[in-house]
Design a protein around this ligand. Structure first.
Ligand SMILES: Nc1nc2c(ncn2[C@@H]2O[C@H](COP(=O)(O)OP(=O)(O)OP(=O)(O)O)[C@@H](O)[C@H]2O)c(=O)[nH]1
Ligand SMILES: [Mg+2]
Ligand SMILES: [Zn+2]
Length: 353
């Protein structure tokens, strides 16, 4: 098993060597089925389960390791004792009351944001995905899909370019194969990319299209979902023979931002640039006098829809931050209480009252 094709590189080796104890095995997480992770180890595909003592979740793309070769007790399960420090992590805020964010994938080179060139196309949604990609420390790439159904690519290209300065944009059709070779070339050996985008934009069809030139039938990890018609139900790391890997994932209905206030600012570089010319240093670009952002919007230099989107995402980030802070406070409180209890116990043992 050549780990290089699975994205192993020298920095992983040095992370491994810095561990206090040498693991007996290392593997990359390719999928999850409930509590069970499917991993690729030097012995091939194996199943693994997280050690009870291991804090936090494991996600697709993680490099994991263990200290025992024997199984965790059930079937042929490896026991995951640790996760190598992630290079980056894609996550989103979960809907509802919980302040936990959902881990989408880790250790990525690029995030491929797919959007179909039809009535579902939305620059506001693109902005969201771009913000998530940038804040996770990965490079976004935009895929404008279903080119065969769309007579006017330029309109969509222009709209996407307007919100994604400096981002590579590919016009593709997974049905005809248009633009897919160029995309395959981007996915060089060892690279890991994740596909994001609404349900039905053609993510799984693209994966199939990328695979089809090769021996698709020999792919060991491929759920029955990758047949096009069916909605993908789980995230999965799929190796494209002779190329890199793609994480196919279910289209998410709502992409909650698991980002901070500052993150949103950096996703709107033109607004950030302008804000240095606002009269007030801490201008929120709402109603302050001398606001360069509002002036630019009035003059049509920046689109007012985009300024509105900026405000909306900021409000959302603020909400996310406050929820995370609340959770943090609760955790600290709980830990403080436990510590106080331990101290009382210890003092009692030592004869203090
Ligand atoms: N005309 C056309 N149809 C496409 C193209 N790509 C995908 N489709 C169709 O769009 C539908 C949805 O495609 P999927 O690949 O399942 O979409 P997905 O993004 O994986 O959807 P989820 O798994 O639900 O997130 C299917 O009926 C595909 O045949 C394309 O390039 N052109
Ligand atoms: Mg799918
Ligand atoms: Zn301002």
């Amino acid at each position: 098993m050549d780990f290089h094709v699975w994205g192993w590189h020298p920095s992983w080796q040095s992370k491994l060597e810095r561990l206090p104890q040498t693991p007996t095995w290392t593997a990359r997480v390719v999928a999850h089925h409930g509590q069970i992770s499917q991993v690729i180890s030097r012995n091939g595909y194996q199943k693994a389960i997280k050690a009870g003592s291991l804090q936090g979740a494991v996600t697709v793309g993680d490099w994991v390791y263990g200290f025992q070769t024997e199984h965790a007790g059930i079937d042929d399960l490896l026991r995951i004792d640790g996760v190598l420090e992630r290079q980056n992590l894609l996550q989103r805020a979960q809907a509802g009351k919980t302040s936990q964010s959902q881990l989408l994938a880790a250790n990525l080179d690029q995030v491929w944001i797919a959007s179909s060139m039809d009535q579902d196309f939305s620059v506001r949604r693109l902005e969201r995905y771009l913000t998530i990609a940038w804040t996770s420390g990965t490079t976004p790439v935009i895929l404008l899909s279903k080119a065969d159904l769309c007579p006017n690519h330029e309109t969509y290209l222009l709209e996407a370019t307007a919100v994604a300065a400096g981002v590579d944009i590919h016009v593709i059709s997974a049905n005809t194969g248009y633009g897919v070779d160029a995309l395959r070339d981007v996915l060089t050996v060892g690279k890991t990319c994740v596909l994001m985008g609404s349900s039905g934009v053609g993510k799984s069809t693209l994966v199939n299209c990328l695979l089809s030139n090769e021996q698709q039938h020999t792919q060991p990890v491929r759920s029955h979902d990758h047949r096009g018609q069916h909605t993908t139900t789980s995230r999965e790391l799929i190796p494209i023979p002779g190329h890199g890997m793609l994480v196919d994932s279910p289209g998410i209905r709502e992409v909650g931002l698991a980002v901070t206030f500052a993150d949103v600012e950096s996703a709107f570089p033109e607004i950030e640039d302008l804000s240095s010319r606002c009269r007030f240093r801490d201008c929120s670009h709402e109603n302050e006098p001398g606001c360069a952002v509002n002036e630019a919007a009035q003059l049509g230099v920046v689109e007012s829809d985009r300024v509105q989107a900026f405000h909306n995402l900021k409000a959302e980030a603020r909400f996310y931050e406050s929820r995370s802070n609340a959770r943090l406070r609760q955790e600290t409180k709980r830990k403080d209480k436990a510590l106080a209890k331990d101290i009382r116990k210890m003092l009692k043992r030592k004869g203090y009252k």
